[in-house]
Design a protein around this ligand. Structure first.
Ligand SMILES: [Zn+2]
Length: 479
């Protein structure tokens, strides 16, 4: 028993120290580890399997909207990066440069991509000629490098994995529609597959992407009341197109500039899954993206027929399309149960001599700890239904937590007090001016997360300056 408890005892309680709890989970669930490369991490098989599941689900959603995958170079020549002024200013402080190739200094230094707008622009400028070539709907799965000063597993590292979609269109209207469409793809993915509720909205001028005319975002709330930007979609208008000479011949034979979008989601979402769903026993994976949905654990494995039965049940679940594994290692069941909980496997199936005698097995939910006795004859249907119930309930619990930690404030005193004492989303009216946004950050530490598409106040006064305001904004302390 000592060994079983040890597994859990080594996790710091989340109420005691959330940051340490997070680090413990990452380590004990074997998701990732530090490396000799400063600011970079190794994503271990258990962590990478979650990323693969994210990729698979998200990629299918992209392709359903006509997107195709491609691959761009990891290097960007300095001259290309500098073509769009706002963009280069936005990224300059965190770009890594290659100045030497082999033994020779390079004529022109190359940056390691922090994002690939410029490469896609260069490509589209050379390959799109006519309205018939539009739209171009491309995406790449790759890693990017941003020279961050402080790093945290999955949340901030110098190299991270992501996807970046880049599209070009014949009209401003089409580009705007695509920008909104991709934000909806991200929001649906988060809510339906990751069981993470999101607020959809627009970034303020201050917080928008370098070079964009509009940035849309989905924002989620972590268990500790901090916000996480979970996916963004940008409309560039024809700004990059003008800087890169991206023109096409339209139906009326006139030359026009293309309208462009980009959108991305990263390995941060693994951090979000940990921080939205996890508890003091470990990770909790939503069934839709759990690499293993069910772990079969034989009890009194040495008794005749138990292991055979466990193998048979595993094969049956596999055949029913459920991602299942059998733990037939020689560790004691108590250790296996705790290990399953640590790794966040949504359901464990226990089968022992007594269960076999009564033609039953026991399913244990990771999210609630509830034990459900199931007739072996109905095992597949019951397991499938339980996985869906877990997925639904995890979303509902996360939503209830977020709603209970979303506060409306009307004065700066209330604002500061809320940020200090009740971590969560703060909703407040804002006049739209930059000075108030800056002052709010200075006085409370909170940044604007988004101007939500759904506005429930039509008018009021700015929380900061008291002038008339028409926009309700979500604010928060962000990761
Ligand atoms: Zn104001």
């Amino acid at each position: 028993m000592a060994e079983d408890k040890k597994l859990v005892k080594e996790i710091t309680s989340m109420e005691e120290d959330f940051a340490q709890w997070y680090t413990d989970i990452v380590k004990k669930a074997e998701l990732c580890d530090y490396t000799s490369v400063k600011g970079c991490m190794v994503i271990k098989p258990a962590g990478y399997a979650i990323w693969e599941a994210i990729q698979k689900n998200l990629d299918a959603r992209f392709k359903a909207t006509g997107v195709q995958n491609c691959y761009m170079p990891v290097f960007i020549p300095e001259s290309l990066l500098q073509k769009e002024k706002d963009h280069v200013e936005g990224f300059a402080p965190e770009v890594a440069w290659v100045t030497q190739g082999g033994l020779e200094p390079l004529q022109e230094k190359l940056c390691v991509r922090p994002t690939s707008e410029t490469l896609f622009c260069d490509y589209y400028a050379r390959t799109v000629q006519s309205y018939r070539d539009l739209p171009q709907l491309l995406n790449q799965w790759c890693s990017v490098v941003r020279w961050e000063k402080t790093t945290r597993p999955f949340l901030r590292s110098r190299e991270f994995l992501w996807q970046e979609g880049h599209t070009v269109h014949a009209s401003a209207k089409e580009a705007e529609e695509r920008t909104e469409m991709m934000l909806k793809v991200y929001a649906d993915f988060c809510e339906e597959d990751l069981a993470i509720p999101v607020v959809r909205g627009q970034k303020t001028e201050k917080e928008k992407f370098a070079g964009a005319i509009a940035t849309y975002t989905i924002e989620s709330l972590m268990h500790d009341g901090k916000a996480l930007q979970s996916g963004t979609s940008h409309n560039f208008g024809d700004g990059f197109a003008r800087a890169f000479g991206m023109q096409f011949q339209d139906k009326d034979n006139s030359l026009k500039y293309m309208h462009q979008t980009s959108w991305g989601m990263t390995t941060r979402m693994i951090g979000a899954i940990i921080m939205v769903h996890g508890d003091d026993s470990g990770l909790k994976l939503p069934p839709h993206i759990a690499p293993t949905q069910v772990m079969v654990i034989p009890v009194q494995m040495h008794k005749e027929g138990v292991l055979d039965k466990a193998r048979e049940l595993t094969a049956r679940l596999l055949k029913a399309g459920i991602r299942v594994k059998l733990d037939d290692s020689d560790r004691r069941p108590g250790f296996k149960f705790a290990d399953c909980e640590m790794r966040g496997i949504p359901l464990r199936l226990e089968i022992g001599p007594k269960d076999m005698a009564s033609g039953q097995c026991v399913l244990v939910r990771r999210d609630t700890g509830e034990k459900i006795t199931v007739e072996l004859a109905q095992m597949e249907e019951e397991t499938g239904a339980l996985l869906e119930a877990i997925q639904r309930d995890m979303y509902q619990r996360a939503k209830a937590h977020r709603d209970a930690h979303t506060y409306d404030v009307r004065t700066m005193e209330e604002f500061s007090d809320t940020v200090k004492n009740r971590p969560g989303f703060v909703r407040a009216m804002w006049c739209g001016c930059r000075e108030c946004e800056d002052r709010i950050k200075e006085e409370t530490g909170a940044t604007s997360r988004c101007i939500p598409f759904e506005q429930d106040h039509s008018s009021g006064t700015c929380v900061c300056c008291g002038r008339p305001a028409t926009k309700m904004v979500y604010w928060g302390i962000a990761y």
